[in-house]
Design a protein around this ligand. Structure first.
Ligand code: ITT
Length: 210
C-alpha cells in the first residue's frame, strides 16, 4: 500500500484528515511517526501558497526517510469574519498578541475584536472557514483543492468537539456550533471535508499508480 504523509503539526487537523480520508488505500503517516520535525514559515498571501509551502517542506524532509520522497498532503486553513475585513484569515493560528496563546485565547481575542460591532448575521457575525489542501509527491506535481464552510461567529462557547474556533462557529442550518456537531458530521460538511472530498478522486488515482 502507498504511503501518504500528512504534513501538519496540528493534532485537531490530523485526526480529522485521517477520518475524512478513511477508505482510501493509503497508509497514512504523521511527521512524528517518521521522526520529522519541520518548521515552515507561512509567508504566503493565500491559503494555497501556504499549503504549497508546507507540502514542499515536508516532501523535501521525507527524503530523509525515502530517497525519492513520500507523497505528501498539507492543509492551510483559516476563519474569515466579514465585519473584520476577512480577519483573522491566514493568521487564524497566530491571532492573539499573547505569547504561547491557546485556542481558547484566540477565541477570546476574536470576540474582543467583535465587541461594539453590529452583528450582521441572524445569530452573530457572518464568517466562513476556508481550507486549501496541497498534494505533492515523487513524480506528482503540486495540486491544490479548496473547501469552504459558511456560518456565524457567536459570543457564547458551545460544545466540546473539534478544535480552534469551533465552539464559537455557529451553523444556522444545523442549529449547532461546529463543536456540537460531532466528529462524524463535522467531517462531512466542514471546509476541510469539502477540500478533501474534491481531492479524493485525484488521490484515488494516485493510489492505483506504481
Ligand atoms: P499546520 O500548519 O501544522 O497544519 P496550523 O494550526 O498552524 O497547523 P494553519 O496555519 O492552517 O495550521 O492555521 C489554521 C488555524 O485556523 C487553526 O490553528 C485554527 O485556529 C483555525 N482553524 C482551521 N480549521 C479549523 C477548524 O476546522 N475548526 C476550528 N478552527 C480551525
Amino acid at each position: 500500500m502507498k504511503t501518504l504523509l500528512i504534513a501538519s503539526s496540528n493534532r485537531g487537523k490530523l485526526v480529522e484528515i485521517r477520518d475524512i480520508l478513511n477508505g482510501l488505500p493509503f497508509e497514512l503517516v504523521l511527521p512524528e511517526d517518521l521522526g520529522l520535525h519541520v518548521e515552515v514559515a507561512e509567508t504566503g498571501q493565500r491559503y494555497g501558497d501556504n499549503a504549497a509551502l508546507k507540502a514542499e517542506a515536508y516532501f523535501s524532509a521525507s527524503r530523509q526517510v525515502r530517497p525519492e520522497g513520500l507523497l505528501t498532503l498539507a492543509d492551510d486553513s483559516g476563519l474569515e469574519v466579514a465585519v473584520l475585513g476577512g480577519a483573522p484569515g491566514l493568521y487564524s493560528a497566530r491571532y492573539s498578541p499573547k505569547p504561547g496563546a491557546t485556542d481558547a485565547d484566540r477565541r477570546r481575542y476574536l470576540i474582543q475584536q467583535l465587541e461594539g460591532r453590529q452583528p450582521d448575521g441572524e445569530f452573530g457575525w457572518r464568517a466562513s472557514f476556508h481550507c486549501t489542501v496541497a498534494v505533492l509527491g515523487p513524480g506528482v506535481g503540486l495540486r491544490l483543492f479548496d473547501g469552504e464552510c459558511p456560518g456565524e461567529v457567536i459570543t457564547e462557547e458551545r460544545g466540546t468537539g473539534g478544535f480552534g474556533y469551533d465552539p464559537i462557529f455557529y451553523l444556522p442550518e444545523y442549529g449547532q456550533t461546529m463543536a456540537e456537531l460531532g466528529e462524524a458530521f463535522k467531517n462531512r460538511i466542514s471546509h476541510r471535508a469539502r477540500a478533501l472530498q474534491s481531492a479524493r478522486p485525484f488521490l484515488a488515482g494516485l493510489a492505483q499508480t506504481e
